[in-house]
Design a protein around this ligand. Structure first.
Ligand SMILES: Nc1ncnc2c1ncn2[C@@H]1O[C@H](COP(=O)(O)OP(=O)(O)OP(=O)(O)O)[C@@H](O)[C@H]1O
Length: 245
């Protein structure tokens, strides 16, 4: 499996009750791309089309040049980390992470070592037998990252992974993600509400508005866009002042 993979949504259309989506965009292999936009714009839906939790009514989802449109989520080369980190509360951390490697927990000795190493990498060495309920929110989020790490998938999908964390924890998780990306080189699609994440983490930005992509640009170019009201709102710039005649 390659370390990373490009992702391409080609003319993908989807209708969910009254909401229509039309995505046509590409994500660079090995880069971090931030997906931003107003609440309800369709950011999570875009991620769901990549992960396979939603299937488009028409169009094609390509990952690493392969048409994955009809593949179920488990067969796609992706890992996911959500805001609420999706850990099984009755299973210890070793098992929670092991399920990321093999859903039936048929683990090889090398997998066992990889689980311990992943816990160590996220600052939780020796926590194998702890239950998620005995951890803080930030620690649970670290476990979710450890689980994504051991899966070694070329594409990592992150849906507001820092949203529930206090500012100090948030900063340390941003630093951790940045380190992990440097080490693994995987393709990262990061949904975030925080403009600060763009400069700190992302090489590219995809701005979603009203169910489709309004801007697709390198981060510096995106941050220089002052002409589009939804982008100004997101960047906290306020309305554009017209020069007086
Ligand atoms: N399964 C579904 N059925 C019907 N409507 C849906 C479904 N999933 C999402 N929607 C609607 O589609 C729109 C886009 O939702 P989505 O979660 O993709 O937005 P978002 O940009 O991620 O928003 P937020 O930033 O608030 O999380 C919303 O109006 C949402 O209510």
């Amino acid at each position: 499996m390659p370390a990373n993979a490009s992702v391409h949504l080609a003319h993908t259309r989807l209708t969910l009750s009254q909401n229509r989506f039309h995505f046509d965009c590409e994500f660079q292999a090995g880069a971090v791309t931030a997906i931003v936009g107003p609440s309800g714009a369709g950011k999570s839906t875009l991620l769901n089309l990549v992960s396979g939790f939603e299937r488009p009514d028409s169009g094609t989802v390509w990952i690493d040049g392969l048409d994955v449109t009809r593949l179920p989520p488990a067969e796609r080369p992706v890992s996911l980390v959500f805001q609420d980190n999706n850990l099984f509360s009755h299973l210890d951390l070793f098992t929670n992470i092991g399920l990321g490697i093999h859903p039936g927990l048929r683990l090889q000795p090398t997998d066992r070592v990889a689980i311990s190493q992943a816990l160590e990498r996220v600052g939780l060495a020796g926590y194998e037998r702890r239950l998620p309920g005995s951890l803080s929110g930030g620690e649970r989020q670290r476990v979710a990252f450890a689980r994504a790490l051991v899966r070694r998938r070329p594409v990592l999908l992150l849906d507001e992974p820092f949203a529930a964390l206090d500012p100090a924890l948030r900063s340390s998780m941003v630093a951790l993600l940045s380190d992990l990306h440097r080490e693994t080189g995987s393709t990262v699609l990061l949904v975030t509400h925080d403009p600060r994440d763009l400069e700190r983490l992302a090489q590219y930005v995809v701005f979603v508005d009203g169910g489709s992509v309004l801007v697709e640009a390198e981060t510096a170019r995106f941050l220089a866009r002052r002409d589009l009201p939804p982008v100004r709102d997101f960047l906290g710039l306020g309305p554009q002042v017209e020069p007086s005649p």
